[in-house]
Design a protein around this ligand. Structure first.
Ligand SMILES: Nc1ncnc2c1ncn2[C@@H]1O[C@H](COP(=O)(O)OP(=O)(O)OP(=O)(O)O)[C@@H](O)[C@H]1O
Length: 562
């Protein structure tokens, strides 16, 4: 059985009864019409062969037409309404999942590969729509149609009805067991293999330069080919399972037909069931042929078992990345979280006392025992050896990670404030700033969408990008995927420009010189501190690069943590 979190995802995937029931009713109606059409046609053809007066056949002729028309109309309605319900639910499911992801991201998602994460959120979530379409609805339609047909045949030739029942049960049980034996592992492997393949493809593409430089591309491509081959084999095994299921269903359809002949022929002219005490040839033909139509509908049951296995794995994979409640290390807004009371920007102070933070799943804290104070106009250089916890501290200050100790903003404890409120006050320029594959304009505008072009150009000039932007053709120049068309230093300057546009009272700049050479690093640090310096803003610069005294107001050095 799936765990509680996966069950929760499955509940989210099943459309509410109001949306689901019309499709179910139309599906049952369409399947019953298909069986009735075959029964009526069989009776009509056999009876017509006896050449009775046309008056005897009129009702059956009308019946054949009516059943054929209703079958098609109901089938159309079934498709329309059941898919509509599944798609509506899918939209809700995606929204529900994104709502759950938001509090966990970014720190809580760091341990899942990006390709796999994408596959889970796109492909696995898509697969969840199979729950109503390929599991719940087919099971209900097939079970009900089979039951009605068994009763119908039992009323014509009781022994044939019982044979049909036994054949249906055996087909369901054996088909499911056999396909389980052949394809259960493949059904369960498919989704994780798709995720692994996406992860590997993404990794090879993103790291092509490194892999080529170290002549390590061939082993990676070979690994990729192996994963691809495993995925192909799993898909093939699944198809074999489906094929065997169909064979089992066809076999029992034949046996049910033979059973109807075996029990029906001796009963001809004498003892039929309640419906036909005097069993005639046309009625017997109905009992003989109806199983064919029933098995066509019933063939969905073993397929539903296979779909269920896949849906279950997908639900588990989605649940793994979107826990119903985030891990303890990820902050959650408290009930009735506060908005910051009116504050005077000239007196807005950030104060840390003995602050620590953990990454999800880690027993040792990523940072511990930090105390510092940032007031407007302060420019503090935070230094410390690699691994001391500087980035971890920055993540805690913007509330991507929860903290221990005391972290006060404008005199209010940060955990009492809504996270959005904290992020309105404290901005972060990350070590690897995220640039969208769009124009410079769009990369700036999302920090303040009311900014005019003149304001955007002014802020670019402030961060030292005026000439570069002009050379590139102005604000419409593109920056490439994740900033592929700009240098590390330029990416940092664009990130700073948008932070300046957002005008945070407290700005944290994390290792801006990580991807810049020494000469460029000095200039970048100087430009950043000069551009960000403002009597109304506090700046915390995290940097390995030495910073001249005239650019900062104080220094904090974090100790080495072994
Ligand atoms: N996403 C993460 N998940 C788990 N642990 C992490 C994660 N990021 C950092 N850590 C751990 O937290 C500790 C502090 O790392 P952090 O990156 O904050 O150090 P840092 O001082 O910023 O180092 P550097 O100067 O090299 O950037 C390290 O032990 C690191 O392994």
């Amino acid at each position: 059985m799936p765990g509680a979190a996966a069950r929760d995802v499955l509940r989210l995937a099943q459309p509410r009864p109001r949306w689901f029931t019309p499709g179910l009713i139309a599906g049952i109606g369409s399947a019953v019409m298909a069986v009735a059409l075959l029964a009526c046609s069989a009776w009509l053809i056999t009876r017509a062969a006896e050449m009775p007066s046309l008056a005897f056949l009129g009702l059956a002729v009308v019946g054949v037409r009516a059943f054929a028309i209703f079958r098609s109309v109901l089938r159309y309605l079934e498709r329309l309404t059941s898919h509509d319900a599944a798609f509506r639910q899918l939209a809700e499911l995606r929204l529900g999942i994104f709502r759950r992801i938001v509090p966990v991201a970014p720190a809580g998602l760091a341990s899942t590969g990006r390709g796999d994460l994408l596959t889970r959120l796109v492909r696995d979530v898509d697969d969840l729509q199979d729950l109503p379409l390929r599991v719940v609805q087919p099971l209900l339609v097939a079970a009900l149609t089979a039951l009605l047909s068994v009763i119908g045949i039992w009323l014509i030739v009781p022994a044939a009805g019982l044979t049909l029942l036994v054949c249906l049960l055996l087909a369901a049980v054996l088909g499911t067991i056999l396909s389980g034996r052949l394809a259960a592992t493949a059904d369960r492997e498919l989704a994780p293999l798709r995720g692994a393949l996406a992860d590997e493809v993404l990794e090879v593409i993103e790291n092509l330069d490194v892999l080529t430089a170290f002549d390590a591309l061939s082993p990676r491509l070979a690994q990729l080919a192996r994963t691809d081959a495993r995925l192909r084999r799993a898909t093939l095994r699944r198809s074999v399972g489906v094929g065997v299921q169909s064979a089992v269903v066809s076999l029992f359809a034949g046996l049910a037909t033979l059973g109807a002949l075996y029990f029906g022929i001796p009963a001809l002219g004498t003892g039929g069931g309640l419906l036909s005490p005097n069993l005639l040839a046309p009625t017997l033909v109905v009992a003989v042929l109806v199983p064919m139509a029933v098995f066509e509908v019933f063939g969905m049951i073993p397929l539903a078992a296979s779909a269920w296995r896949q849906v279950r794995v997908s639900a588990r994979r989605v649940a793994d990345v979107v826990p119903a409640s985030p891990p303890a290390e990820i902050p959650v807004d408290i009930e009735n979280s506060l908005a910051l009371p009116e504050y005077d920007r000239d007196e807005f102070v950030l104060e840390l006392t003995d602050v620590g933070a953990h990454w999800p799943g880690q027993t040792e804290p990523g940072v511990a025992g930090v105390s510092l104070r940032l007031a407007p106009g302060d420019r503090v250089h935070l230094a410390g050896p690699s691994g001391a916890g500087k980035t971890t501290l920055a993540q805690a200050l913007v509330r991507f990670l929860d903290y221990t100790g005391s972290y006060r903003l404008g005199g209010v404890e940060a955990r009492l404030l809504a996270q959005t409120e904290v992020r309105r006050m404290v901005g972060l320029c990350e070590q690897r700033p995220w640039l969208f594959d769009d124009s410079i304009r769009q990369n700036l505008l999302f920090a303040r969408d009311t900014a005019t072009d003149a304001e955007l150009l002014a802020v670019l000039a402030r961060v030292g990008l005026a000439d570069w932007a002009a050379q590139r053709g102005g604000l419409n120049a593109r920056v490439g995927e994740r900033g592929a068309l700009v240098s590390g230093g330029q990416a940092q300057r664009i990130a700073l420009a948008r932070a300046l546009l957002a005008d945070f009272p407290v700005l944290i700049v994390d290792e801006p010189t990580a991807n810049v050479d020494t000469a460029g690093a000095d200039a970048l640090v100087r430009d950043i501190l000069t551009a960000a310096a403002d009597a109304h803003r506090a700046v915390l610069l995290i940097s390995h690069t030495p910073v001249p005294d005239d650019l900062i107001t104080s220094r904090v050095t974090m100790p080495f943590r072994g």
